[in-house]
Design a protein around this ligand. Structure first.
Ligand SMILES: Nc1ncnc2c1ncn2[C@@H]1O[C@H](COP(=O)(O)OP(=O)(O)OP(=O)(O)O)[C@@H](O)[C@H]1O
Ligand SMILES: [Mg+2]
Length: 324
């Protein structure tokens, strides 16, 4: 059985102007121990996808359709009370700048121990011991469990946050821009730590970022989101070396190629993403797409598997086949 299966997920926010269709038909799956990178421009629905899976949507946000199976249990249909039993133990999430979420007047180790007591029913002694073990696991000396947040650097706090997320041995861990607030060297260390832990603990992982360049070394597969939908999904090799969707190609062109001898200036993508209250008909990238033709503004392209595990939602796919 797959660890996670998300089928045609639709999550909307109710606002005074109408429904914001933040996630509008997203489908992907993840095996145990596998890492999926979720990438796309600001506002494309990455965080909303993560919050739908963990059922931590803010007020006004609601899963309107689809299924979210975590080891066969449909999270989309669990009650708020039922989800409490699964969060932390099956799935946990690390946010951008999460390190600032520690309570400044409580010892860091105690905040982790409390989670173990609450969710694992440990005694106080067991929970302190577990906090020390988790510290060691994320590369912090166990004796630092009695220190306060202000005694930790940003990178150390983020490590401690990861320790907290691991407290109940989740099967799936979601990192929503987990390194964005950190400097580049620390970023690399934290990503390496997550990668090590994932392999050691055989956890599934979803890594959310705007920065396509960090995904190559960390992920098995990548989903490129645009305006609430997945434009393209495939292995790292598919996405980096055989991108098929014009949006993926444009996104790749936004990053300088450090391995190339050619001195090319990265291009931006002209235009802005659509308003998700009233998105365009057909392909949502159509108004910005250099390759768009008639069908693109009329029909939603299907999410088509063009080679094993490589999915593309673009009318060009059928067209190229037909015209050679
Ligand atoms: N609480 C909310 N109420 C109304 N609309 C919201 C709310 N939260 C998010 N949205 C809208 O949902 C869409 C998706 O937002 P989301 O935060 O999921 O994007 P994102 O891909 O995580 O962006 P970023 O890269 O900036 O973090 C956006 O159009 C956003 O404005
Ligand atoms: Mg986000």
């Amino acid at each position: 059985m797959k660890l996670l299966e998300v089928n045609d997920l639709k999550t909307y926010f109710k606002t005074s102007k109408g429904y914001v269709r933040a996630v509008d038909g997203v489908t992907f799956s993840l095996d145990h121990g596998e890492c999926l990178g979720l990438v796309g421009e600001s506002g494309c629905g990455k965080t909303t996808t993560a919050l739908s899976i963990t059922r931590l949507l803010p007020k006004g946000g609601e899963v309107k359709g689809g299924q979210i199976f975590l080891e066969g249990v449909d999270y989309a249909t669990l009650t708020d009370k039922e989800i409490e039993d699964h969060r932390w133990e099956d799935v946990s999430i690390i946010f951008q700048g999460a390190m600032n979420a520690f309570n400044p007047v409580k010892k860091v180790g105690w905040q982790i121990a409390e989670a173990c007591i609450r969710h694992k029913g440990m005694t106080k002694d067991e929970a302190w011991k577990r906090a020390g073990e988790l510290f060691e696991l994320v590369g912090i000396p166990a004796e630092r469990v009695t220190q306060y947040p202000h005694e930790f650097s940003g990178g150390m706090k983020q490590r401690a946050m990861i320790a907290m997320a691991l407290a109940c041995d989740p099967k799936l861990i979601i990192g929503d821009e987990p390194t964005t607030a950190l400097d580049v060297m620390i970023q690399a260390q934290i990503l390496e730590l997550l990668e090590d832990l994932r392999k050691k603990l055989n956890m599934g992982m979803i890594l959310i970022t705007h920065d396509l360049s960090i995904l190559g070394e960390t992920c098995d597969k990548i989903a490129v989101m645009y305006a609430g939908r997945i434009a393209e999904m495939g292995t790292v090799d598919d996405i980096f070396n055989h991108p098929a969707h014009p949006y993926t190609k444009a996104l790749l062109a936004c990053f300088p190629n450090i391995y190339s001898n050619e001195r090319t200036v990265p291009e931006g993508i002209p235009g802005i993403p659509p308003d998700l209250i009233d998105p365009p008909e057909g392909c949502r990238f159509c108004p910005r797409c250099k390759c768009a033709f008639e069908a693109c503004s009329k029909e939603t392209p299907e999410f088509k598997e063009i080679s094993e595990g490589h999915f593309v939602s673009c009318h060009l796919m059928g067209k190229e086949e037909n015209h050679g």
